[in-house]
Unconditional design. Sequence first.
Length: 73
Amino acid sequence: MNRFKGFIEWQVFGVCTAIGERMGVATSVIRRYFIYISFLTLGSPVIFYLFLAFWLNIKNYIRFSRRNPIRYM
């Protein structure tokens, strides 16, 4: 169970890590507030979290792909 917990915390999407690095805040604090806000608003931040996960994935794909349209402009 601890291996699964570690995988979820560190490897799933990396949204909280990316936000923490950009803002200079510890990742654990961002995760904690995300959980609190999710309980208070009945899960609506989950949609925001999934949108950010999608955006980070697309951004990394564009940045590191061979067919980067920005590079060839």
